[in-house]
Design a protein around this ligand. Structure first.
Ligand code: HSE
Length: 404
């Protein structure tokens, strides 16, 4: 029997315990032995549940128990997840985590410690919830030079944007609905400001390049400034607006950003709606592949953790060499990246278009009925060029990067 401990009995942790029970035989067949939860670390008690007699409040019980060969971290956040995970790896225990904040901030160090102690530090569930994407990057796509990864990596914001698009809701109403359904946290900042997507694209970029990525260097813009009016224009253009995390690799550097982007109907991510995630991976030999599925939620995310448990326990005496080294990958500045721009500006097109074209050159104008404004789409230009030109025009209300 293999003994594991689960740290954090919240949504994902309880999902892991549930799947270990429900899929017990399948998991045992794959591991070659039964997997039993010996401890569940949590501040709460959970009387009357199946874990009632496994609850411990003292981390040292887990780290000191030689029978526990693997620990599952589903607490989230950095404190105490980081010191606890580090101590488990140093004690020679495998660790699987769903915690993207932990992996993005301390992945390099934790991967190194895992290697030194001949154990595994696995984090499939940290990106894309239940969608297999981390493992494909180091197994099926191992022979590829990854040129680009672009994804809808956050289910909560995708749900909000879908509601704004399909039901004409305002950002505030769609956010409230997402909170009522349990998708968005009471404090939704990490999702709506793009921080969650930023950590996920940082992890994917590090996996793809093999080098450490400092997520703080990635330009990050959330969806809080996107309005129902933007979606009215998007509809008339036959486009959608999605929060994308994207990385385009160059020699020794990556163009990486997180921002809402207007995309056309022929973009593979156009139809990724509601809480779903979609991730495009472009390899130099394979071309583009798309990974699609449930990017959040109890059982989908816990299922990815279970795959890590099976992988670690199957290779119990072996370190699986994956991840990235500590050579930092340079992230290019946002100013050097190129997009088209969708711009909304105060005034009447018939009166101001000449002025707009004097600044931006050829643009495509868009007008909606009964508005005191109009919009235009620029040609492709660098962010630096757009910012410089935009300063010459008064009354700009909105600018959204566009790729179509
Ligand atoms: N808040 C995240 C999301 C959870 O909405 O995608 C999964 O990482």
């Amino acid at each position: 029997m293999k003994n594991v401990a689960v740290m954090g009995y919240g949504t994902i942790g309880s999902g892991v315990v549930e799947i270990l029970e429900r899929n017990k035989e399948t998991i045992a067949r794959k591991v070659g032995d039964t997997v039993s939860v010996k401890y569940v670390l949590d501040l709460r008690e959970f009387p009357g549940t199946t874990v009632e007699d496994k609850i411990v409040h003292d981390f040292s019980i887990i780290v000191k128990d030689p029978e526990v060969t693997m620990v599952i971290e589903t607490m989230g956040g950095l404190k105490p997840a980081y010191p606890f995970v580090k101590a488990c790896l140093e004690a020679g225990k495998h660790v699987a985590t769903s915690n993207k904040a932990l992996v993005a901030a301390y992945g390099t160090e934790l991967l190194k410690i895992a290697k030194e102690h001949n154990v595994n530090f696995l984090f499939e569930a940290s990106v894309g919830g239940g969608i297999p994407v981390i493992r494909p990057l180091y197994t099926c796509l191992a022979g590829e030079e990854i040129e680009e990864i672009t994804g809808i990596l956050n289910g909560t914001t995708n749900y909000i944007l879908t509601k704004m698009e399909k039901a004409g809701e305002t950002f505030e109403t769609a956010l409230r609905e997402a909170q009522d359904l349990g998708y968005a946290e009471r404090n939704p900042e990490a999702d709506v400001e793009g921080h969650d997507t930023c950590r996920k694209i940082a992890i994917l970029t590090a996996m793809a390049s093999g080098h450490e990525v400092n997520f703080e260097h990635i330009y990050t813009e959330g969806i809080t400034k996107i309005t129902d009016v933007d979606f009215a224009y998007a509809e008339s253009l036959g486009t959608s607006i999605k929060l994308l995390g994207s990385s385009r690799m160059e020699k020794g550097a990556a163009h990486a950003f997180v921002a809402p982007v207007m995309i056309g109907r022929d973009h593979p991510l156009y139809s990724v709606s509601d809480v779903y995630n979609g991730i495009l991976v472009k390899g130099n030999m394979l071309g583009t592949s798309m990974f699609y599925g449930s990017g959040a939620g109890k059982l989908p995310t816990a299922s990815a953790v279970i795959a890590d448990i099976i992988e670690a326990l199957k290779n119990e005496d072996q370190h699986v060499d994956f991840g990235w080294d500590d050579q930092g990958l340079a992230i290019s500045s946002m100013e050097s990246m190129s997009f088209r721009y969708f711009v909304r500006i105060k005034g009447i097109a018939a009166k101001r278009m000449k002025e707009v074209e004097e600044v931006f050159g050829k643009v495509e104008g868009i007008e909606l009925d009964h508005m005191d404004e109009f919009a235009f789409l620029t040609e492709v230009m660098t962010e630096e060029e757009y910012d410089r030109k935009a300063k010459e025009l008064s009354g700009i209300r909105q600018r959204i990067r566009a790729e179509f």
